[in-house]
Write a protein that binds this ligand. Sequence first.
Ligand SMILES: C[S@@+](CC[C@H](N)C(=O)[O-])C[C@H]1O[C@@H](n2cnc3c(N)ncnc32)[C@H](O)[C@@H]1O
Length: 424
Amino acid sequence: MSSPRLSAARMLQEILEKKLFLSDVRSQLDSLQEQDKAFAHMLVLTALRRLCSVKKQLKIHIKKKLPAKAKIAEYLLIMATVEILYLNTPSYAVLNTYVELVKKQTDKYIAGFVNAVLRKIATAENAPLSENDTFFPDNFIKLLRQSYGIKTIRKMEQAALSEPALDISVKDNPEHWAKTLRGTLLAGGTIRLHDNAPVPSLSGFSEGAWWVQDFAASLAVKSLLPQLNNRHVLDICAAPGGKTAQLLAYGAKVTALDVSGPRLQTLRQNLERLKLSAERIICADAIEYLSNFQDAPFDDILLDAPCSATGTLRRHPEIVHLKTAADIAKQASLQKQILQHVSKALKIGGRLVYCTCSLDKSEGEAQIKSFLKENDNFAIIPISIHDCPQELCTEEGFLRVLPCHLSETGGADGFFIALLQRIK
Ligand SMILES: C[S@@+](CC[C@H](N)C(=O)[O-])C[C@H]1O[C@@H](n2cnc3c(N)ncnc32)[C@H](O)[C@@H]1O
């Protein structure tokens, strides 16, 4: 039978060495029982969040490099250290289990070495305290320094160390669902759940009463309220459809477009479960689609642009180890190109919501400022959402959500939202 610990170590190795996302390597868990799957998944997430501190600890005790054929032993050592330092697994159990795993995967000499290192880790007095842990590697801090001061970065880092809560958006009656699901009602009607039962088993899911959507992500569509009923809205980059569902629930007539066929299939399934229907669902490249318009038929456009997704680092901690300045520049260039074509499809007087789940200002504030400089037919509408915490509103009228915001209720994903109007 496969071991969840070995699967977790292999997943971490693939993520870091092949630069893959956790979702790309989840098939490593296929052969495990449900409970082991959940444990291995939690182990990988904790290892990704604590990697910098764990590596620092291991460096104190490892003076020589392991041979290349014993690479897996390095990852098993990381997992074992995570268990000792962060999961409170008794040290004797960690030592027995991991030394045995290393012996099976390599040889008795490497196993002996691992045994010696783990003994030192288990008795070390310089183990990191959780509050002093560093989550972000230096390269990621360097990226964030383009947009934020170090104090804000450290606040985001601390906030992102804990497992984020699950937020849901409901079709209607948020008070009822908050009570039924014993959740907390946040500004604008998002419900924050404290139950970590599997999502499909929760009340209202199979009837299509709600869908999973982080609080920050839910604000983009809300910036168009109260005028949404019966408006023709183009949802560019729509899949998997969280914001399409919101638009439909508020009564808009939606054309949902995305370049990815498989992701649109998920959007279709989501809308079907929610008993909501879009006017049209189109699989196409946004730039090609927008280029063909002669008239400008849409009342509003939502551009939830492809981005570096650094704002989702609480749920996808691998992001901090993988994203580079080149990834961000590539996404910013695509966003700029899509933005340049938007006015062809938007009526004069119509509104454009531009949003990204990136922390980088080149994909948010700077992108929109440069767009406005080159397109004097658009102007900012300052965003006003009922009950929206003031800390999210910028001087320019944008919304900027950071993982350290909403700290008293458990944080939020990083997000940028701008609301513009085509004025001529
Ligand atoms: C941030 S996700 C959208 C999330 C979605 N709006 C929601 O709320 O569920 C960005 C989407 O952009 C799509 N995309 C990327 N490049 C595109 C392009 N050139 N044209 C259209 N869609 C594109 C991706 O397939 C992805 O589904």
